[in-house]
Design a protein around this ligand. Structure first.
Ligand code: ZN
Length: 250
């Protein structure tokens, strides 16, 4: 593996299949150790000396599945996507205005920003925000699925929402007189739009192929291009989406 041909530096950040691993030299360390920092979403591989960093990188790489599980199974860090009263939803910036009015989402202004008025009395109420995000997500996902299904030559099934921690979407094919259906995590609305759109395309492609074989991925590629960056994003950042807003009662 070419990963191990280069020399490594103290403090260097590696990306090992979507897992961020920081290399550290600590003369006090007696052997190579790995630890997971849930706040930063990074793992740190500590080696006793600089010459042992290569071995530390290999050690981390061999344990990447474990590292990924550690990093995904955590309460996400502070909601980085909400800053200065702004939230990015479906690729658009929303400005959150808790002004005690009835919730109202405006169309994008000249600066491209949408106002979400009435998302609380004096402070932002995450429940109100989540309800509006869900509503907008359903509309956007349904529109996106319409485009993908047309490209695949299939009829678009009903689109439902879910809030599962372990998966982003599901597709139930038609069977025994029951029509097909697709369900998508509403939290994808808080991911970059390209990532959300990839998941929509992924589930639409399952209407033709119920597996993850070469023909399935060929459909996905036709719809959204190379899926690898989107899958990496979900592995690295996806867990964070679960900490952003509360789950609203439907
Ligand atoms: Zn799938």
């Amino acid at each position: 593996m070419s990963l191990f041909k280069f020399s490594y530096a103290d403090g260097q950040l590696l990306q090992i299949e979507g897992v961020k691993v920081r290399l550290r030299v600590s003369p006090r360390a007696r052997r190579i150790t790995l630890r997971v920092d849930r706040a930063t979403g990074e793992a740190t591989a500590v080696a006793p000396s600089r010459s042992a960093l290569r071995e530390a990188a290999r050690f981390a790489s061999e344990r990447r599945a474990w590292l990924r599980a550690q990093l995904e199974d955590v309460p996400p860090p502070a909601p980085a996507l909400i800053a200065d009263g702004r939230l990015e939803v479906l690729g658009q910036v929303w400005r959150l205005q808790p002004d005690g009015r009835r919730p109202l989402l405006t169309q994008p202004g000249l600066d491209g920003i949408r106002q979400l008025r009435g998302c609380g009395e004096a402070e932002v109420d995450p429940m109100i925000v989540a309800r509006v995000v869900r509503r907008e997500a359903k509309t956007a996902f349904a529109a996106s699925a319409l485009v993908h299904c047309a490209a695949l030559g299939v009829e678009r099934p009903p689109i439902g929402l879910m809030d599962a921690r372990t998966r982003w979407g599901s597709c139930t094919p038609a069977q025994k007189g029951r029509g097909a259906s697709i369900r998508l995590s509403w939290r994808l609305a808080l991911a970059p739009w390209a990532v959300a759109d990839y998941v929509v395309a992924h589930e639409c492609a399952h209407l033709l192929e119920g597996n993850h074989g070469p023909r399935f991925w060929a459909h996905v590629r036709t719809l959204v291009g190379d899926p690898a960056p989107h899958r990496r994003w979900l592995r690295a950042e996806g867990a964070r989406l679960h900490g952003l807003l509360a789950t609203p009662r439907a």
